[in-house]
Design a binder for this molecule. Structure first.
Ligand code: G3P
Ligand code: MG
Length: 238
């Protein structure tokens, strides 16, 4: 069976909170082929790695992230495990120090707030400092943000995130100058992957957690998949 790359969605999160340094270290330990994480802005304009706009689901509290400084968020979320909301820079440092050659790094731009204007340029400035983090792909559901990113750092691969059953999404991706589709996995078919590959586009579906879906995505020929269960995925696709 074709073996897609296995990308740890928000790190490996069984023992640690998602999108934290221990979760990313655990992904490397587990032998994942890469990690995906979400970047947004704190109230003091720093690049922080967290999925939600509020605490509550991952860490206790009902604080709105953009109303706090990165330092305050670190204090609020640190706790005993040492797994706090990290800065983008800290995550890239860890991946540069510990990641293997060719380890895939997917930075998802959570550009979902008008106050986050300019985040792409800030992220590009940080990414440029980490020359040894080699296999970077930047994705977003906000395709305007992808456009801005391409201006800031044109040499980086970009992935178009989407949820719906789009018609000929490979044409849209080509129009955007993207390198990959990042579709919600139930929209993926063998034909879609074939059409993309014909045009040199990669297909990286999210978030694939059931064995039957992992097998079907591999059967369709996707290049990589995002999963919350790296260990099971390795078994299923071995
Ligand atoms: O990048 C894949 C996936 O993370 C997109 O959705 O909501 O989990 O960030 P979400
Ligand atoms: Mg994400």
């Amino acid at each position: 069976m074709h073996r897609p790359k296995i990308i740890a969605h928000r790190g490996v999160t069984g023992q640690y909170p998602e999108n934290t340094l221990p979760a990313f270290a655990a992904a490397i330990e587990a032998g994942a082929d890469g990690v995906e994480f979400d970047v947004r802005l704190s109230g003091d304009g720093q690049l922080i790695v967290h999925h939600d706009d509020m605490l509550g689901r991952v860490f206790p509290g009902n604080t709105v992230l953009k109303r706090c400084t990165a330092h305050e968020l670190r204090e609020l979320t640190g706790g005993l495990s040492g797994a706090y909301i990290p800065l983008l820079e800290e995550v890239l440092e860890l991946l540069e120090r510990r990641g293997r050659e060719g380890f895939a790094v997917n930075i998802e731009l959570k550009a979902d707030d008008p106050e986050f204007v300019g985040m792409e340029v800030k992220i590009a400035q940080v990414v440029k400092q980490f020359r040894y983090v080699s296999d970077v792909i930047v994705s977003s559901f906000n395709h305007h943000s992808l456009r801005t990113w391409q201006t800031a750092m044109p040499q980086t691969a970009t992935g178009v995130l989407y949820m719906e059953h789009m018609v000929e999404p490979w044409l849209y991706a080509a129009h955007l100058g993207a390198s990959a589709l990042h579709p919600y996995f139930p929209t993926v078919t063998q034909d879609l992957v074939r059409e993309c590959h014909t045009r040199g586009l990669r297909v990286h579906p999210f978030t694939v957690n059931r064995a039957a879906d992992m097998e079907y995505m591999a059967h369709c020929g996707v290049d990589a998949l995002f999963t919350d269960d790296v260990a099971s995925c390795q078994k299923v696709l071995s």
